[in-house]
Design a protein. Structure first.
Length: 140
């Protein structure tokens, strides 16, 4: 069970760091990319960020399912469920809001879409921050 909790903390805390970086730095800076460079920028962003978040999301997903199926001794039963709900919100928002916005941005620069991406990303930021706190609490 130690490896599961360690994996959960690593995945959740790393995703929290990634999402806060995206929220405060990366997404707002998208508005400053020159219009004639935006298509190549967005394509590169999408391709490169997948290498960062893909393994972390997979680690979070697997460890979350294991913790739901077999909660560690001494961990309040509610914590794995709160963690799972947080991951579900983060991944759901990614799939149904952020990814479609990136898809639309792959057609070209649109300041309103970038602003929407920044604004709606607060949901993922809160969800991954919550998941990191829960993961650390379970490991503690």
């Amino acid at each position: 069970m130690t490896w599961v909790l360690a994996g959960q903390v690593i995945g959740a805390v790393a995703m929290m760091g990634v999402i806060w970086t995206m929220q405060l730095v990366h997404y707002p800076l998208m508005a400053l990319v020159p219009v004639d460079e935006f298509l190549s920028y967005e394509a590169a962003h999408t391709r490169r960020i997948a290498w960062v978040v893909g393994p972390l999301m997979a680690l979070e997903g697997v460890t979350t399912l294991v913790l739901l199926a077999d909660p560690p001794p001494g961990v309040p039963a509610l914590l794995p469920w709160v963690g799972a709900l947080s991951v579900a919100v983060a991944l759901g928002t990614t799939a149904f809001v952020s990814a479609p916005l990136h898809g639309r941005l792959s057609s070209g620069y649109d300041r309103a879409l970038i602003d929407t991406l920044v604004r709606t990303n607060w949901v993922r930021t809160a969800a991954w921050t919550t998941h990191a706190a829960v993961a650390v609490a379970m490991a503690w």
